[in-house]
Write a protein that binds this ligand. Structure first.
Ligand code: I6G
Length: 667
């Protein structure tokens, strides 16, 4: 037999065995038999390297280490899910979906794995890219690591596979593999992982894919992202399609109707939780009908057609050894219980927030008390209750709320109607200064690389900066004389500071740390006012016209810009050269495609699809995933499939790559 044909046959044989083993859970041969075929293929590939394909089943071993992960923009944002914590919330979710439907609504349900979300793209059936969720818009390119995960096919099998298909799902580490990995690390004298989720995250973020390959990771798909062509119109049926193409889908997935069946599924999974062999933290409910999903749409960053019913938080008993008072960015004083370390909800907990003075009174807690601590998912550990029956008055002490700020000794104030007590020191208070500067430099704000918490603390403690604007006055000499800061790191920080000056109005507004102005509100303000001075001049009533801005937020913004010290910081930042593109000017000169809807299909020789999408959006266009009567133009690359046919049938304008480049004004 010709060697190339033999390679093809052995490859197909191994792919079929993998499918039987990992997807169907029905192996047809022994491990030894599998290994014999694997070794045969490997031997041929090493003798005939030109026949070695990068997606060969032998290539699940990792390759050269990377120096860093590249950033990947998601073509469709990777959203998060809303959470539900009781049966009533589930009932309300089902009701909201049912209100939009004339038929009884079916739900596709599956356990919520406690791992990391990833997006995997297949083109012409071959795995070409895998990325972490990141912030939902941009993640890290972890293709080399994901390719080593045993149950992820490097090539899809079967018929009618979309030319381009993005699958989304969870990478996780099964319990058995986790236990073995930790035993191995401990035997080597290395640090073990605290829980399977951290182990999965640590493994997926290995720059050396050979290390990732040695880690027992697994994957289950739970959604389709972008795709060409047509898929089934039901979530459940889509998941079965993915399974048919060789992708692993949870065997617990089910389609049911009605509250009783939805609740029964949840209760059943709770009883099975310990025996599943992997960590889960709830159950995900999705409206099954994709048309109904589209009708329900999205709210903020989560779909209205899906929600996660989370398991009750885990609890453990421990002792309060002390209570400390932390000062936050806005001066809020938060009492924090320092606990005898206890393992709960997958991590060792030694701090729990007591929120405020009212909560201390409500709990009736004393230092030295035994308490029940509760932790769910990523939520900050809470003290659920005090075990009064264990209290020994000779061993307990009352908690005294400080009468002045524990950091700067400024007076404290409590606004009527608010539970929070705040330090009045503002940026005079070193704690508020540190938090304000950390916030200013954070990723969603000015994103100053290298300016981490430790360096901020050093800068403030050495009295080098008192507010964010002074960051831009720092000199090489000042930074490099700080402990553990050589001149190389200092130069990097100065360079990052320089780079960060070029920003956007929305990042700048968020960075200012105005109380209750988060990322989304900052963006709404920027889009509404378009420039800083219009926003600064706006009155409270006018501010309330901006999306998501209510009375309290409007007042926070208004008074922020009436405070001379804040205005001074803003002006000094502008003088230091912090700048952003003028939104109005950009819009009037470049928003040439406003009101037009584009669809992109096929492959392009000189530009990626995500770049086409970003460029069109930058010109004001809407980019949609499917062709309809509302589509103005289809951008069709090579091997464009059913979207091209549909666009032709609907007589929609079609552009090829060359015409697209003309439109985008590119060479
Ligand atoms: O975070 C998630 C976990 C599980 C999900 C999800 C899921 O389905 C089983 N599905 C969606 C649509 C999203 N997040 C956004």
């Amino acid at each position: 037999m010709a060697i190339a044909l033999q390679v093809k046959k052995l490859t197909e044989q191994l792919e079929e065995y993998n499918y039987q083993y990992y997807v169907l859970d029905e192996p047809s041969i022994s491990d030894a038999q599998y290994d014999a075929v694997f070794q045969q293929l490997k031997a041929i590939e090493s003798e005939h390297p030109h026949l070695l394909h990068e997606n060969s089943p032998t290539q699940k071993v990792g390759g050269q280490a990377l120096s860093k992960f590249e950033q990947v923009a998601h073509e469709m944002p990777m959203l998060s899910l809303d959470n539900m914590f009781n049966d009533e919330a589930l009932q309300a979710f089902i009701q909201r979906a049912s209100d939009k439907s004339i038929k009884e609504v079916a739900f596709c349900i599956e356990p919520k794995l406690d791992g990391l979300a990833v997006s995997i793209i297949y083109e012409h059936g071959l795995l070409v890219q895998a990325a972490t969720r990141g912030d939902g818009h941009t993640g890290e390119n972890v293709t080399a690591n994901v390719k080593t995960i045993s149950n992820i096919p490097l090539r899809l099998r079967g018929d009618n596979i979309p030319q381009r298909l993005e699958v989304r799902g969870e990478v996780f580490m099964p319990q058995l593999g986790f236990d073995k990995l930790n035993a191995r690390l401990e035997a080597l004298g290395e640090k073990s992982f605290v829980n399977p989720r951290n182990a999965a995250a640590g493994s997926l973020r290995q720059l050396d894919s050979k290390i990732a390959a040695s880690r027992p990771l697994a994957f289950y798909c739970y959604a389709v992202g972008v795709f060409d062509g047509d898929l089934e119109n039901s979530q459940y049926a889509r998941m079965q399609q993915l399974k048919g193409w060789g992708l692993p889908v949870s065997s617990e997935i089910s389609r049911v109707q009605g509250l009783d069946a939805c609740l029964a599924y949840y209760r059943n999974i709770v009883t099975q939780r310990e025996s599943l062999g992997y960590a889960i933290d709830g159950v995900v409910y999705k409206v099954d009908d994709i048309d109904l999903q589209d009708k329900l749409g999205f709210v903020a960053r989560a779909p209205r057609w899906a929600s996660a019913y989370k398991f009750a938080a885990e609890e453990a008993i421990t002792r309060v050894e002390n209570v400390e008072f932390q000062v936050g960015r806005t001066g809020a004083i938060t009492p924090v219980a320092k606990l005898r370390p206890v393992f709960v909800g997958g991590v060792t907990v030694s701090n729990a927030t007591l929120h405020n003075q009212d909560e201390i009174a409500r709990l009736g807690i004393l230092i030295g008390d035994d308490v029940v601590v509760r932790r769910a998912g990523d939520v900050i550990p809470q003290v659920a209750r005090v075990l009064l029956e264990n209290r020994d008055l000779s061993q307990t002490q009352e908690i005294h709320f400080p009468s002045v700020c524990p950091v700067c000794s400024s007076a404290l104030e409590r606004i009527v109607g608010e539970a929070t007590i705040r330090c009045t020191g503002g940026l005079y208070c070193a704690a508020q200064r540190k938090e304000a500067i950390k916030h200013f430099a954070s990723r969603k704000a000015l994103d100053i690389d290298g300016l981490g918490n430790k360096l901020v603390a050093l800068l403030v403690d050495h009295d080098l900066i008192k507010d964010p604007a002074q960051l831009f006055d720092l000199t090489l000499a000042q930074i490099s004389t700080l402990p553990r800061m050589g001149s190389v790191s200092a130069k990097k920080v100065l360079n990052s500071l320089q780079v960060s000056k070029k920003t956007t109005l929305s990042r700048f507004l968020y960075a200012l740390g105005i109380r209750e102005v988060g990322e989304a509100t900052a963006n709404n303000l920027a889009m509404h006012y378009k420039n800083l001075s219009a926003l600064q001049d706006a009155g409270i009533e006018a501010l309330k016209e901006v999306a998501d801005v209510g009375d309290i937020v409007a007042k926070n913004i208004y008074y922020f810009f009436r405070q001379p010290s804040n205005l001074q910081v803003v002006n000094r930042l502008l003088e230091a050269g912090v700048h952003w593109p003028d939104i109005q000017a950009v819009e009037s000169t470049t928003q040439t495609l406003v009101g037009q809807t584009f669809v992109i299909t096929g492959s392009f020789a000189n530009i990626s699809r995500s770049d086409i999408k970003s460029e069109l959006q930058a010109l004001g266009a809407k980019v949609s995933g499917s062709v309809s009567k509302k589509t103005n133009t289809l951008i069709a690359g090579t091997a464009a499939g059913s979207k091209l046919e549909k666009a032709q049938a609907l007589d929609i304008n079609i552009m090829d790559e060359q015409q697209l480049f003309t439109l985008l004004n590119k060479q």
